[in-house]
Design a protein around this ligand. Structure first.
Ligand code: NAD
Ligand code: LMR
Length: 332
């Protein structure tokens, strides 16, 4: 449909997608005035479940939803899309690290990268959610050479939201009164949630988060570990990985990419340029970004102390290792 935005969700019969597709179709992501054509991709054995999701979407009688295309055909799914939310991949189970999924999942992103290259608009914006998200996004971009690397990203917004909420609870203020929490690096247990540059609004006054929390030991230890291990904590309790919060974070990520961030920053996994914070070029690394007119820019010039430097380098090292493993797996 000419006037609608064409949005692809992969893994559309899965648990994250079940919360995600309704938010997209309701206009929570791309705007309340933007008609949507929703493309839902899953694998052939899941087509019956997917048909059920389509019935439910229709039964919502949504004003903005113009058309739903449910398919197991990759070429059909990626055709002329404006936005891609690449969720479809195996989730980890208790006791696994996200990178243990690499061998199983990375080939999905090789195939989908090639499909983006061949079939999608060159302006498509891509967020990868399926784990290991950073490296999968890097692989998708690698196999889509005709699409600018800046159009690829991975989700670290869930980590940002987790960190923001923990800090807001600790201070005793609403979540919306904490800004500019940063997630550096990999969406993994080496990620570095950093509140040194974050701000809290307390009684109408803007205060640095470390001054508001007044507990450096907490911020350097338990806080970081809690964010790093939050995905595992949810899996242990639910026996399934986080879904509602992952869908919400995916919506936040795409919403801000399309609508802008104003004066605040958000964290996104984006391609490193080799000129930002000493992170090697060519990694899908989570940085603080500001977004205007659909374009993100890494926030530059933040002071990095020795504590932060060590953590930022450790997560970059893990991404370098994952990149080598993923490229080898794709060639094998
Ligand atoms: P799920 O198992 O409920 O759903 C995954 C769906 O993907 C299934 O329906 C499956 O059939 C489908 N799928 C598998 N291969 C596919 C392919 N080649 N093409 C299209 N669809 C395919 O899993 P879920 O809970 O929805 O999680 C999906 C992924 O998201 C997992 O890898 C999980 O680890 C990851 N995740 C990431 C974050 C994040 O913050 N980055 C957060 C939560 C979960
Ligand atoms: C999360 O952070 O909740 C997801 O990446 C799922 C997981 O494996 O932890």
């Amino acid at each position: 449909m000419a006037d609608s935005m064409k949005v692809l969700v992969t893994g559309a019969a899965g648990q994250i997608a079940y919360s995600l597709v309704i938010a997209v179709a309701k206009g929570d992501v791309f705007g309340k005035d933007k008609p949507i054509t929703l493309v839902l991709l899953d694998i052939p054995p899941m087509m019956e479940v997917l048909e059920g999701v389509v019935l439910e979407l229709n039964d919502c009688a949504l004003p903005l939803l113009r058309e739903v295309i449910a398919t197991a055909d990759v070429a059909e799914a990626f055709k002329d899309i404006d936005a891609a939310m690449l969720v479809g991949a195996m989730p980890r189970r208790e006791g696994m690290e996200r990178k243990d999924l690499l061998a199983a999942n990375v080939k999905i992103f090789k195939e989908q990268g090639a499909a983006l290259d061949q079939h999608s608009k060159k302006t498509v914006k891509v967020v990868v959610v399926g784990n290991p998200a950073n490296t999968n996004a890097l692989i998708a971009s690698h196999y889509a050479p005709s699409i600018p690397k800046k159009n690829f990203s991975c989700l670290t917004r869930l980590d940002q939201n987790r960190a923001q909420s923990l800090v807001a609870h600790r201070i005793g203020i609403p979540n919306s009164d904490v800004k500019n929490v940063i997630i550096w690096g990999n969406h993994s247990s080496t990620q570095f949630p950093d509140v040194r540059h974050a701000k809290a609004v307390i009684g109408g006054k803007v205060v640095a988060v470390p001054d508001a929390v007044k507990d450096d030991s907490y911020l350097k230890n338990d806080f970081i570990k809690t964010v790093q291990q939050r995905g595992a904590a949810v899996i242990k309790l639910r026996k399934l990985s986080s879904a509602m919060s992952a869908a919400k974070a995916t919506c936040d990520h795409m919403h801000d990419w399309f609508s802008g961030t104003g004066d605040s920053w958000v964290s996104m996994g984006v391609i490193s340029d080799g000129n930002s914070y000493g992170i090697p070029e060519g990694l899908m690394y989570s940085f603080p970004v500001k977004i205007q007119n659909g374009n993100w820019q890494i926030v530059q010039g933040l002071d990095i102390n020795d504590f932060s430097r060590a953590k930022m380098d450790a997560t970059a090292k893990e991404l370098l290792e994952e990149k080598a493993m993923a490229l080898a797996a794709c060639q094998g």
